[in-house]
Write a protein that binds this ligand. Structure first.
Ligand code: ATP
Length: 376
C-alpha cells in the first residue's frame, strides 16, 4: 500500500503545470499524453484525462489493455516514459508512492497477517505518531464506517473472512486520509453476492467520504454500479470516457459497444440515396447517425431492444427466423434466433415471452431509434 502526504514544502518545490487555472477549477488529477513503453511495447499509449475532485472514475478494459500499468503510474509505482501526471497542479511523474497523498487498495490486500484488525487499521496513524487513545478512537470510527463490528478490533485479521479483510483494507486506506484512493480490482476474489454488497457499500463510502476514487476492473457491471464516469481502455489507449449511461447508450466504437456484453451487430453501407442497407442489400432504417461516420458503419442492436414482433405490432426493422436456443438469465430469457447463416439475440422479461420454444418460426425486430451506429 502506498501512502503519505506531500508536505507543503515538497509540494511547493514541485514544478507546476497548467498554471493559468485557479486552484478551485483545477482537476485533482490531470493526465496529459501519459505513456509507458516497456522495451518497444507501449502498454499505455498516450492518455489524456482530467479527474475532478470527489469523482468516482472507473477504468475498464480487457486483460492486457494497460489498466494496471496506468494505475501503477498514478500511484507512483511506475514512472511514465512520456507525458505528465499532475496532482492539484503539481507535476508528480517522479514523486515516489510514499510522498504522494494517495493510497492504493488492491486485491491481495497486503494486510499484516499476525496483527489484529485494530492494529492493521491503526498502522498509518502509528507511523504518524498519533497518540494511542486517539488512534483507537479513529480505528473504531473507521470500523463503523466500513461496517465491521466493534469487537473485531481485537480479532486477528487472518481469522476474518475475505469480505471482512477487504473492509479492514478499506478502513486502513481511509486511515491514511489520502486525497485520492486508487483501487486495483479489490473485489475480484470475492463471491458474487459479497461482491454485489461491497460494490454498493463502496459507492456509499465514496459519497460519504467525498474523496476521489479511481478504480480499475475487468467488470463492466461493477463499473456501471459504482462510477460517476467510466473510461474504457483498449491496447493502451482510452477509447472512451463518459457517464455509465453515455457509454451504454452512445458507445463511440464497436469495441466499446461489444465490451458492454453480447450485442447484435450488422455491417451497413450508405445506399446512395440518403439511406442505409445491409451488405446483402436489405434496407436498414436508422434514426441517428453520428457525424463522423463515413460510407460504411456498424449497427449495434442490444438484445434487450430486439423484440419478438407478433400480430399487428410493428417494428422499423424486421427479420424472420427460427428460435434456435433459449437461456434463462434469472428474471429474463435470452433467445438465439437463426436467420440464414446468422444468429440474432433477443432478450426479454420471462413473463413477456411465455410459450416460445426452440423450433418456433418468429419475426424479430427493432426500432430505428434503438439502433446504435458506430463508425469503423
Ligand atoms: P489485466 O486486466 O490482465 O491485469 P491490464 O489491463 O491491467 O491487464 P497491464 O497489466 O497494464 O494490463 O499490462 C498491459 C501490457 O503491458 C501487457 O501486455 C503486459 O504484458 C505489459 N506489461 C506490463 N508490465 C510489464 C513489464 N514490467 N514489462 C514488460 N511488459 C509489461
Amino acid at each position: 500500500m502506498s501512502m503519505a502526504m506531500i508536505s507543503p514544502a515538497e509540494a511547493d518545490a514541485s514544478p507546476t503545470i497548467g498554471s493559468e487555472t485557479t486552484k478551485a477549477d483545477r482537476p485533482v488529477l490531470q493526465l496529459v499524453g501519459v505513456r509507458k513503453v516497456f522495451s518497444d511495447f507501449a502498454a499505455v499509449d498516450g492518455i489524456d484525462v482530467d479527474i475532478k475532485e470527489g469523482e468516482f472514475v472507473t477504468i475498464v478494459g480487457p486483460s492486457g489493455s494497460g489498466k494496471t500499468t496506468l494505475l501503477r503510474m498514478l500511484a507512483g509505482m511506475e514512472a511514465p516514459t512520456g507525458g505528465y501526471i499532475s496532482l492539484r497542479g503539481q507535476l508528480i511523474n517522479d514523486v515516489p508512492p510514499d510522498k504522494r497523498p494517495t493510497c492504493l487498495v488492491f486485491q491481495s490486500l497486503a494486510l499484516f497477517p499476525h496483527k489484529t484488525v485494530g492494529e492493521n487499521i491503526e498502522f498509518p496513524l502509528k507511523v504518524r505518531k498519533v497518540r494511542v487513545a486517539e488512534r483507537k478512537a479513529r480505528a473504531l470510527e473507521l470500523m463503523r464506517i466500513v461496517r465491521l463490528p466493534e469487537h473485531y478490533y481485537s480479532k486477528n485479521v487472518m481469522q476474518c473472512s475475505g469480505g471482512e479483510k477487504q473492509r479492514v483494507a478499506l478502513a486502513r486506506a481511509f486511515a491514511y486520509d489520502p486525497d485520492v484512493l486508487f483501487f486495483d480490482e479489490p473485489l475480484s476474489a470475492l463471491d458474487y453476492k459479497l461482491k454485489k454488497a461491497l460494490e454498493k457499500e463502496l459507492k456509499d463510502l465514496h459519497r460519504q467520504s467525498g474523496k476521489t476514487f479511481v478504480y480499475i476492473t475487468h467488470s463492466l457491471e461493477e463499473a456501471m454500479v459504482m462510477s460517476d464516469r467510466v473510461g474504457v481502455m483498449n491496447q493502451g489507449k482510452l477509447v472512451q470516457i463518459g457517464t455509465p449511461d453515455e457509454i451504454y447508450t452512445r458507445p463511440a466504437t464497436k469495441f466499446v459497444a461489444e465490451f458492454f456484453g453480447e450485442v447484435n451487430s450488422f455491417a451497413v453501407q450508405r445506399d446512395g440515396v440518403g439511406g442505409w442497407r445491409l451488405t446483402d442489400g436489405t434496407p436498414m432504417h436508422l434514426a441517428k447517425v453520428p457525424g463522423n461516420v463515413g460510407d460504411t458503419a456498424t449497427v449495434i442492436v442490444r438484445p434487450e431492444t430486439m423484440r419478438f414482433v407478433v400480430g399487428p405490432s410493428k417494428a422499423d426493422n424486421l427479420i424472420a427466423g427460427t428460435i434456435y436456443n433459449e437461456y434463462l438469465l434469472g428474471s429474463r430469457v435470452q433467445y438465439q434466433v437463426r436467420s440464414g447463416e446468422r444468429i440474432h439475440l433477443v432478450e426479454a422479461p420471462r413473463a413477456a415471452v411465455a410459450g416460445l420454444a426452440a423450433g418456433d418460426r418468429v419475426m424479430i425486430g427493432w426500432d430505428a431509434r434503438d439502433a446504435i451506429v458506430v463508425g469503423e
